[in-house]
Design a protein around this ligand. Structure first.
Ligand SMILES: *[C@@H]1O[C@H](CO)[C@@H](O)[C@H](O)[C@H]1NC(C)=O
Ligand SMILES: *[C@@H]1O[C@H](CO)[C@@H](O)[C@H](O)[C@H]1NC(C)=O
Ligand SMILES: *[C@@H]1O[C@H](CO)[C@@H](O)[C@H](O)[C@H]1NC(C)=O
Length: 495
């Protein structure tokens, strides 16, 4: 199964959460070794049960009686029948165990909220495949991959759990998610307010659609992250594209690039755009996971990985070859921090993410416009070409996107009639550009985390957490406790 050709501007992936994996990286940095047991709660591993629930393939029509098994995880160690709650992770575009492993926040607050934790897998990802191996075969099988069907799965699952778990029926449920999962958490509260009392939507770019957000903002934020991570860093990246282009036009250039960048397969002229997309994606991913401590999410990385990257990108005014040698070192920070890679694979995908299913969603409902101008950002200029995008989707899947459906369905910027949603965003996160970063009403509130990358707040507590992060989490907890207290009919303080 190949990757769609229109990669970069189709898919900087909405990426989920990262688990800290400290020791090897810290040792590499020459910092003292920290015992995992004192730093992190190892609670997550195997502390949940894996369950399956029979879902309808099509919630919105009556002629299709097919069903499939949706996977979900459940953990009830801290759950109390008396005065408890249910925290429900609205799964996004990948393996639910991966999200569960990496959503330490829910595990950290479970006891305080007397909460049962449920992690529901999104249909067409992980094991939750409506048509088994055939699920991703063509647009006919992918027809039931929509956010509406996924939210309906979550609603059915919660109703089922409340019916079948004694003591759960009269408890408040809170939706929680990060990235696309955060978008789903917010939409879930909007569409099913009788099922969830509130939602924590972390790094949820609900407005990165249509023309609600300028298409260039995302890459501008990526560029800003590079600018603040080292002198001349973004300038070096900016100059690198020309260097690649010049080398690809001379006879010895392609083999030189293959060798200098340690690529797995010899570069041909036709791969150059793909190479540049892969490099751009690397910078985007780094901006998303630029966390204050060593982590292992998309890749094992040091603390503040962009600072490490920028150490190699200090001098834009060197020869093309010298610049690209430095670029290789910088790429190595992301792709080979463990030191175990023998070559750079520019066709690599992130294993736990359902790249193919996401590509389909990006060609139907979830259209995320991206563009660059090469002036206010460090990338080569690309306009957002709606028609070209649609044509490429059509040639890939035989379907065309419906660009305005999501705003019709979920309200776009006009969402003030809803209540009880916390939108949190890290200031460093490129997705914050399409997120809600200002309060809309008293109960649709925005929390901004200075120095925060992509859904940093949903990660497990660590001893490295900066004060603004801890403050953000405590505000989130306060809102969640308030929703629970309101549900139980008192004005707070009960929990
Ligand atoms: C989740 O964590 C467990 C324990 O660390 C690990 O064995 C497993 O591979 C992880 N699964 C995913 C999908 O990340
Ligand atoms: C990865 O790092 C190791 C150790 O520094 C190095 O020997 C190897 O060549 C690197 N791999 C690539 C693809 O650069
Ligand atoms: C949302 O509100 C704006 C004005 O605030 C209006 O121009 C727009 O048409 C509204 N959109 C929808 C989908 O109602």
């Amino acid at each position: 199964m190949g990757r769609p050709a229109l990669l970069l501007f189709l898919l900087p992936l909405l990426a989920p959460l990262a688990a800290p994996a400290l020791s090897p990286q810290l040792r590499a940095l020459g910092r003292p070794h920290l015992k995992a047991s004192t730093t992190f709660r190892p609670a997550v591993t195997n502390a949940y049960k894996i369950r399956y629930f029979q879902q309808k393939v099509d919630h919105f029509g009556f002629s299709n009686a097919q069903t499939f098994k949706q996977r979900f995880l459940i953990a009830d160690k801290h759950w109390k029948e008396n005065g408890g709650s249910i925290l429900f992770y609205t799964g996004n575009e990948g393996d639910i165990i991966w999200f569960c492993n990496n959503t330490g926040f829910m595990w950290d607050v479970a006891e305080e909220m007397k909460a049962m934790l449920v992690f529901a897998e999104h249909r067409y990802y992980g094991e939750s495949l409506p048509f088994g191996e055939d699920s991703l075969k063509d647009s006919k099988h992918l027809n039931f991959l929509t956010s509406e069907q996924a939210l309906a799965d979550y609603a059915e699952l919660i109703i089922h759990l409340k019916r079948t778990i004694p003591g759960a029926e009269n408890q408040p449920v809170i939706a929680i998610g990060g990235s696309y999962g955060g978008v789903l958490a917010a939409w879930f509260r909007m569409k099913y307010p009788h099922i969830v009392v509130g939602a924590l939507a972390s790094s949820a770019p609900i407005w990165h659609i249509e023309d609600l957000t300028p298409c260039g903002l995302f890459m501008k934020i990526v560029t800003k992250d590079f600018k603040i991570s080292g002198p001349k860093c973004s300038e070096s990246v900016q100059r690198s594209w020309g260097a690649i282009n010049r080398l690809s036009n001379i006879g010895s250039g392609l083999p030189w690039l293959t060798k200098a960048l340690h690529l797995c397969t010899p570069l041909t002229y036709n791969d150059i755009q793909h190479l540049k997309n892969w490099i751009s994606e690397t910078w985007v991913n780094l901006a998303m996971v630029n966390y204050p401590y060593a982590s292992n999410f998309l890749k094992p990385l040091p603390a503040w990985p962009l600072k490490v990257v920028c150490r190699y990108l200090k001098n834009p005014n060197v020869s093309d070859r010298a610049l690209l040698h430095n670029l290789y070192q910088a790429l190595n920070v992301y792709h080979n921090y463990s030191g175990g890679e023998t070559c750079m694979d520019i066709s690599e995908t992130i294993a736990n993410l359902g790249t193919w299913s996401w590509a389909y969603q990006s060609c139907t409902e979830i259209i995320l416009p991206f563009c660059t101008d090469g002036v206010e950002d460090m990338f080569e200029p690309h306009t957002w070409d709606w028609k070209k995008y649609s044509d490429e989707c059509y040639s890939q899947w035989g379907v065309r996107p419906r660009p305005s459906w999501i705003t019709t369905m979920y309200g776009g910027r006009n969402i003030s009639s809803h209540t009880n949603i916390v939108f949190s965003n890290g200031e460093l996160d490129p997705w914050s550009g399409g997120g809600v970063t200002k309060d809309i009403t008293d109960t649709l509130v925005a929390i901004t985390i200075p120095q925060g990358a992509h859904h940093l707040d949903l990660r497990a507590n660590t001893i490295f957490d900066p004060a603004p992060l801890m403050l953000a989490r405590s505000l989130e907890i306060r809102h969640m406790k308030q929703w629970i207290a309101d549900f139980y009919g008192n004005s707070g303080g009960q929990l």
